[in-house]
Write a new protein. Sequence first.
Length: 147
Amino acid sequence: MLNQIVLMGRLTRDPELRRTQTGTPVTGFTIAVDRDFSSREGGEKQTDFIDIVAWRNTAEFVAKYFTKGSMAVVTGRLQIRDWTDKEGGKRRTAEVVADSVYFGESKKNREGAQTSYPDQSTGSAKYGAPAIEPGFIELDDDGELPF
């Protein structure tokens, strides 16, 4: 069976990192995802607000590098969870458990040119420097094409 979800949307608030009693990092956040079609009444696009839960390294990554309004691409699985509210009523919640979260926009479109983002080749953070993929070298651009 298959339970795989890919979503792209903007965070509705800053993610908040928490820890379980055993110290496992977890963060919950909501993304706003526009539907591809407009409503018949008024022609406005509708937006779905989808709850996301990230654990461990993914939770720490999201809490450190994403803020309200950031575009995020989330891959994960749908989880339905039953719980009891304060009045004793039975409730059911659908949420996405994130396997991975990626930046959904280019670095230059993100707010704050001096914000630290991870260098994907080393895992460390660099300021304003593009990530260089492993196996590639950075070339000096002297303005002349080699061909």
